[in-house]
Design a protein around this ligand. Structure first.
Ligand code: CU
Length: 398
């Protein structure tokens, strides 16, 4: 089943559950696909804070952004590049055969304008996403959800709500990149002596004054974007998702931003973080969870009754925020400001969130026979963050 995340889903939750129950009763073979799914990298028109914006997108056969696969369904996709430039898409969180990976030239070449390419591999369940592995295109919103449901998802009495977060500038991606790499937004770096730092010396940490490394607030945000989006919209015109009073919600939140870490604020106490980056974890209760670029969080919550329930994403170290609104029938939905009164803190400088995570299915502990010292070279000013290279802040992930 493919649909745009959350929006005009033709089935109500009850219908969806009824349909799901019927589907679950069928043998697994019923999910076998007869035809590959269509996916097109193309240009889209958005209205962001009242201004027209021409952006890229990954549009499915129903006109929505991204793909949702059923349990057991293979990732069988015909991708077409309808852009007027070369592109290639990375299936973030999936483990395709190497030939189908999306890093240009490693090994697959970029797709020419108008070219189509077929993909077929076993899909890994969970909340994932897809994006151009061409930095300027990812900055231009060539990114979309890739959701692979499990049997448990279909059986659960909960409504699925997908949130794709992004940062956006009305400037061209090339201008944004030039400003980021030119240091125009590096106000936080002033406490650090970079005079002796050049690329050839970055392996020698002694040549640098690292005393500034602990400076609070440093390097939190490389760039001040014009807008922060949830499913392509800002809080001036947010998505409003219809939910049932007292309903159970399954949020699938993806940080597709190029250079923004968010705090997810559920607003409801005792929400449950149940998966991180597509991996199930022992439920972790809380109201706020941090989300770095490229990461995904699955969060369950039980609505306390009727009303409207904003699910917000707060830009770390800043007042900007984005999000969508869950609303029960008849609930008034007042306008929410796009900025908070106070700046959100930095996300996880002490790794407290990560260290609280417990895998639902831990790997066997293996004692290592030898250990190696590995020095990660470079200062943050040289560390390119974001989906362009899948480098999280101080953390390598894939
Ligand atoms: Cu990626």
């Amino acid at each position: 089943m493919i649909s745009a995340p959350n929006t005009p889903r033709p089935l109500s939750r009850r219908h969806f559950l009824a349909a799901s129950a019927a589907v679950v009763a069928l043998p697994r073979l019923a999910f076998a696909q007869t035809a590959p799914l269509a996916l097109t990298a193309t240009r889209r028109s958005l209205e962001i804070d009242g201004k027209a914006a021409s952006v890229y997108g990954l549009v499915n056969g129903s006109g929505g952004n991204g793909l949702i696969l059923d349990p057991g369904q293979r990732f069988s996709v015909n991708l077409t590049n309808a852009l007027d430039e070369e592109s290639l898409i990375h299936w973030h969180g999936q483990i395709p055969p190497n030939a189908q990976d999306g890093v240009p030239g490693m090994p697959a070449p970029l797709m020419k304008p108008g070219e189509s390419r077929s993909y077929d591999f076993a899909a890994k369940p969970g909340t994932h996403w897809m994006h151009a592995h061409v930095p300027l295109q990812e900055l231009n919103l060539l990114a979309a959800p890739l959701i692979v449901r499990t049997d448990a998802d279909l059986k659960a009495d909960r409504q699925e709500v997908v949130m794709l977060l992004h940062d956006f500038s009305f400037k061209s991606p090339a201008e944004v990149m030039a400003e980021i790499t030119g240091g125009a937004a590096m106000g936080g770096m002033t406490g650090m002596d970079m005079s002796g730092a050049d690329a050839s010396k970055m392996g020698d940490m002694k040549s640098m004054d690292m005393s500034g490394m602990k400076m609070p607030g440093m390097d939190l945000n490389d760039y001040n974007f014009d807008a922060y989006l949830t499913n392509d919209r800002t809080l001036s015109d947010p998505e409003v998702v219809r939910v049932e009073a007292g309903g159970h919600i399954h949020l699938r939140i993806i940080n597709g931003a190029a250079a923004t870490v968010f705090w997810i604020d559920i607003g409801v106490e005792d929400a449950r973080l149940i998966a991180v980056d597509g991996h199930n974890i022992a439920a972790l209760k809380g109201r706020r969870f941090g989300l770095a670029m490229g990461q995904r969080l699955d969060i369950e919550l039980d609505l306390p009754g009727s009303g409207m329930f904003p699910i917000l994403a707060l830009r770390e170290g800043a007042k900007e925020r984005t999000g969508l609104i869950l609303a029960t029938p008849g609930a008034a939905v007042p306008k929410l400001a796009s900025v908070s009164d106070e700046a959100a803190p930095a996300f996880d400088p002490d790794l407290s969130q990560e260290s609280a995570l417990r895998a639902a299915h831990p790997l066997t502990v293996v004692n290592n026979a030898r250990s190696e010292m590995l020095m990660l070279a470079g200062a943050m000013v040289f560390l390119r963050r974001g989906p362009s290279d899948d480098l999280g802040r101080f953390r390598l992930r894939r």
